[in-house]
Structures are given as C-alpha cells and as structure tokens.
Design a protein around this ligand. Structure first.
Ligand code: ATP
Ligand code: MG
Length: 592
C-alpha cells in the first residue's frame, strides 16, 4: 500500500505539515523581530552619537577643534557629514566614493530637511540605488540627523549614517541559525511522528488482519487489547462482534441444515425459483421430477414444463397461490406454486413450487372406479337373468314341466354364480387386506397334482380334450398350503379347458428346480393376445372384451391365484401365443 494512503502516512503527514507551518511562521517572525531589533539598536546608537557630536562641535565652536575630535571618534561603519549651513558640508575622512551620501540628498529629502528647517532630530532609512554608476547595486542606509546650533541665526546639522550591509550580514547569520534549528526540529518531528503513528496504528493493523480472517469465515480470530484507550475499546467491541457473528452463523447453519434435512427427506418435490424463473433450490424428488422433463427435447430452452412456468408467472404476478396438474411421461403431478417474499414482506422475490406425484393415487382411483363398474357389470347379468326367468315362472310362461325345470336350473346356476362372485370378491378383499393365513403341510407333490388333474378327467372326456399329467420326479415331499394351491391349479386347469377346442391337449407338468418346484399347465388352445399378457393377472381381466361368454367366468380367478402364489413367496408366470396355446407356470420356493 502506498504510504500516504495509510493511516500512518496521513498522521505522519499531518503532524509534519503542522510542525512545518508553525516553524515557518516562527522563523519569519523571529527574523523580522531580529531585523527590527538591530535597526532600532543602530538608529538609537546613531542618534546618540549624532547628539554627542553636535555637543562637541557646539562646545568647540570657537577653537575649530570640534571637527578634529569628531572625526577621531567616528569609525567604520559609521560616517558623518557635518553641515555648518546648507552649503558647507564636511564629511568624515572614512567617507569615500562608495559610501558617500551627497549633500543634496539631505537637503532634498522631505524629512531630513526638517533638521534644518524645524530643528528636529530625524531617524530614517534611506534607499539610494540611483547613486552608483553600476546601477544594479543599491545601498540602504540608516541616517540620523541632529540640528547644530552654532549661533543664533545659523542652524547647521549633523548627519550620521551607516550602511545596512553589515546589518544584512548579521540578519542572514541569525536567519541561518533559525533555519538550522527549524530543520533539525523537522527531522526530529518526522522521526517522532513516524514512530508515534506506527504505535497508534499497530493495533489497528492487527484488527484489519483479524477482520480479513473473519471475512474468510475464521470466526475464532481474536485481537489482543493492549491499551485502555479508544483503540482498546475498539478491540473489545471487535472481539464481541466476532463472538456474536460466530454464534449467529452457527444458528444459521443449524437452521439451514435442518431445512435441508427436512427438504431432502420430504416425499414431495420442492423447488424455489427467482423472479426470472431460475431454479434456486431443489430437493431429491424435485430433481427426479426435472430429470423426467426432456431437456434435450423441443422445449430444450425451458428447464421446466411450460404449465409449471405459467403457474410460476401467475404466482409472481398476482402474489397468490396457484395449483395445477400436469402429466409427464405417463405420470401425474399436482403442482402448488406460492410466492416467496423478500424479508421485509414487501415484494415478491420468487416462488416456491411443491410437486406431488399423484400417479399412484390416480391409479388407485381408477382401480376403484373400474372395480365398482366391473362388479356392477358382473352382477347385473345374473341378476337380470334371475329377474327374467323368475318372471317367466310367475307369469307361467313355461309350457311343460321340463321347460319349468330348465328355467329353475338356470335360476339356480345364476344364483350359484352370484354366490361364487361374492365369495371370490370376499377372498380377494381378505387377501389384499393381508388376512390370509396359510396352513402349510408336507405333501407328496406328484400325488397332489395327479389328484387335481383326475378331478377334471370327466369334463375333459366330455369336451373331448386330452388332459394329462406329467410328474418328472416321483415322491417329492413339499411344504405348501394344499387347499390354496388346489384353488390355483383348479383355476388354471379350468381356464385351459375353457379356452381349448375339441381334441385339444392339456398337460400338467410338475418338476423340481433349483430352490423349489414348478407346476405348469400347458394347453394348445386359443392363446392370449401378446398385448394383453401383462394384464391377465388383473382383476376382472377377460381377453374376451365383449364379455359375451357371460357365464364363462368372472375374471377374478387369475388375480386370486396370483395373490395366493405371492403369499407363498412364489411366482406365477405366463407365456402364450395367439392361436397356438398358453402355458401358466407356478413356481414355489423351498421354505427355509
Ligand atoms: P374365473 O376364473 O373367475 O371364473 P375367468 O376364468 O374368466 O374367470 P381368469 O381365470 O382370471 O378369469 O382368466 C382371465 C382371462 O384370461 C380369461 O377370461 C381369459 O380370457 C384369459 N385366459 C386365462 N387362461 C387362459 C388360457 N389358458 N388360454 C387362453 N386365455 C386364457
Ligand atoms: Mg378362470
């Protein structure tokens, strides 16, 4: 840093300037004083001598010795001119061309002539530059004039004068001395001022360093307070400020951490924006949301979905909360945007958006609506039939006893169907609520599978279907809930029978695999369209969309089967090709 910009420099300069100023004034005053003192001294001396001379001349007026005595006592640098009258001027012998003041000067000078005319004692400084041929030199003289009374009617004068050159010499010496003293004073002042200001500013410099440390975030920095003056107090205040800052920073940091923790552990996405739409803060769910938004897509120049940007603009514009819905890549989101105020609550500095993924809720909602619709639909058909056929009996439409029997049979079947549907729904509800308890038993899987298969042999023969079981390994003991797994297999074989044409073939295969067993039911029936495969295990799914085979089933069988297998920690999978056949494979893991 440049010296004159520092406090040391400024203090130093100020002290120096002050002292120099005082010294200059003092020097000028002193020099003037001495000059005046010397001039006064000389004037006094000259006039005293002039009076003495006039006394001597007057007392020796008759013997003419006066002049001799006078010229004897007058010595350099004084010179005397005795004027007996206005014409007769006698100069002392030490007067030569260079220091002679001609008589007309005394006579023509306004004041000096008063010695003759008014008999006054006159002291005067004379400046005679024009006297010398060289012109450039001029001489200053101090002249004292005293009247001389030789007789009553004649008045003469004594003029005694001295060149000021000598005086100038003395004054110069005095001035030199004073200047030397002033110079020494300035040098000393410089040194003292420098040390003084360095001492004063040393703690300030230390405080400056501490402040820099503080600004770097080093809040433990302290400055020592060495003195008890204002600077010492400043150090105490500085340390207190540091302590306070540290405390506040800690509080702030804690609050920030708390906020960050809350934000990052939230299930909802939170984003804050500045007024111009720049994203300031995001939490992990919000980031996942943003990642779904195709940055490289058409809307590349906008980092957030346009619907959201619009909500943002509105929230900033009218300072109100706005809610909107948007869907990105098949997922639904609800976005709530509210304005963010500056700390003085006066203006809006941005907005905060809360993003909630509503996909699951939507899905459940849809499921619930579909479920109600499906159940109603499934119940409507049998109920309509019950109504229709019972009306037929009431109206006695049936002609013969056989017809009546047939109608009653239909009514009976439909009521069974309603019963079955209700039971299945109940089962499902129980299973989904987790109220299913499995009664595990060690069973011989081969025997178990064969028993279930043989149950269907009669129907298979009636439908001309070749139903076979294939046990890869006999006598395998396995732990499972026989009732529940029978329910699963029954449904699988029942489905296979239903969707297999005459002369079709169904094979139930049981095999032992790594980690468990598999039982598969393979048919060469109608098959399931590939696009429907992912949905076969959903409730009420029927490949036959028109549900024309009203009596064929409810569409709950596979959903229940899947549920049962899942509670066994197993897997139920399907492979199928339209027109070629379907294979359902059930995998059950060993219980450890
Ligand atoms: P439920 O079993 O409740 O009486 P369902 O048999 O119609 O009714 P699911 O067993 O769940 O219901 O079967 C659902 C749908 O899957 C069936 O309607 C059928 O379209 C299709 N499906 C199931 N198994 C086969 C198969 N082996 N061959 C072709 N399609 C099948
Ligand atoms: Mg079925």
């Amino acid at each position: 840093m440049r010296l004159w910009r520092s406090v040391v420099g400024k203090l130093w300069m100020t002290i120096l300037l002050l002292v120099s100023f005082v010294l200059v004034i003092l020097t000028i005053l002193l020099i003037q004083f001495f000059e005046k003192y010397h001039v006064d001294q000389i004037e006094q001396n000259l006039s005293d001598t002039a009076e003495k001379i006039s006394g001597i001349i007057e007392s020796h007026r008759n013997d003419g010795l006066g002049e001799e005595i006078v010229f004897e006592i007058v010595d350099d640098p004084m010179a005397v001119a005795i004027a007996y009258d206005k014409e007769r001027f006698h100069y002392s012998p030490n007067v030569n061309e260079s220091n002679k003041i001609p008589s007309y000067v005394f006579l023509n000078d306004d004041e000096l002539s008063k010695v003759f005319t008014q008999q006054k004692i006159i002291k005067k400084e004379l400046s005679l530059s024009e006297l010398h041929e060289s012109g450039s030199r001029f001489n200053n003289y101090i002249v004292a004039g005293v009247p001389l009374h030789l007789n009553d009617n004649e008045t003469g004068a004594i003029f005694i004068y001295q060149s000021l050159g000598v005086l100038k010499e003395t004054t110069k010496q005095t001035a030199n001395l004073i200047l030397l003293a002033a110079g020494i004073a300035i040098v000393l002042t410089t040194i003292f001022a420098f040390f003084l200001s360095t001492r004063i500013t040393a703690p300030l410099r230390r405080m400056r360093e501490a402040a820099f440390e503080l600004s770097k975030g080093n809040f433990d920095t302290r400055v020592p307070f060495l003195s008890h003056d204002e600077i010492g107090e400043l150090a105490i205040a500085f340390n207190q400020m540091g302590k306070r800052l540290k405390f506040n920073m800690n509080v702030l940091r804690q609050e920030k951490e708390q906020l960050t923790n809350i934000l990052s552990s939230m299930a909802d996405g939170v984003m804050t924006f500045s007024r111009d739409g720049t994203i300031l803060i995001t939490n992990p769910p919000a980031e996942r949301f943003l990642q779904q938004w195709p940055i490289d897509g058409n809307e590349a120049n906008y980092p957030i979905p346009p619907e959201m940007a619009e909500l943002l603009e509105r929230a900033v514009a009218d300072e109100k909360e706005h809610t909107g819905e948007l869907s990105i890549q098949g997922r639904y989101y609800v976005v709530i945007v509210s304005p963010l105020y500056t700390h003085d609550q006066k203006s809006v500095r941005g907005a905060v958006a809360v993003i909630r993924d509503m996909t699951e809720e939507r899905r459940l909602d849809k499921l619930r609506i579909d479920f109600v619709a499906n159940v109603s639909h499934e119940l409507r058909t049998p109920i309509a039939m019950l109504q229709g056929y019972s009306e037929a009996i009431i109206d006695d439409i049936a002609g013969s006893e056989e017809e009546k029997q047939e109608i009653i049979k239909i009514i009976y079947d439909e009521s069974l169907r309603i019963g079955r549907l209700v039971n299945e729904l109940l089962d499902m509800a129980r299973m989904e609520a987790g109220h299913i308890t499995l009664n595990f038993e060690e069973v011989d899987v081969g025997v178990f599978v064969e028993r279930i298969t043989s149950k269907f042999q009669t129907i298979a023969r009636d439908n001309k279907i070749d139903l076979k079981s294939h046990i890869e390994k006999e006598g395998v003991l396995f732990s499972l809930d026989p009732d529940k797994i029978e329910q699963v297999l029954t449904n699988l074989i029942d489905n296979a029978m239903r969707y297999t044409h005459e002369n079709g073939k169904i094979t139930v295969t049981q095999s032992v695999v790594k980690g468990g067993i598999t039982i598969s039911v393979e048919d060469d029936g109608t098959g399931i369209p590939e696009e429907d495969l992912p949905f076969v295990f959903e409730r009420f799914y029927k490949a036959d969309k028109a549900r024309t085979r009203g009596r064929a089933g409810t569409g709950l069988g596979l959903a229940i089967a899947k549920n049962i297998v899942n509670t066994h920690q197993g897997q139920l999978t399907v492979t199928s090709k339209l027109g070629e056949g379907t294979t359902f494979t059930l995998f059950l893991p060993n219980r450890s």
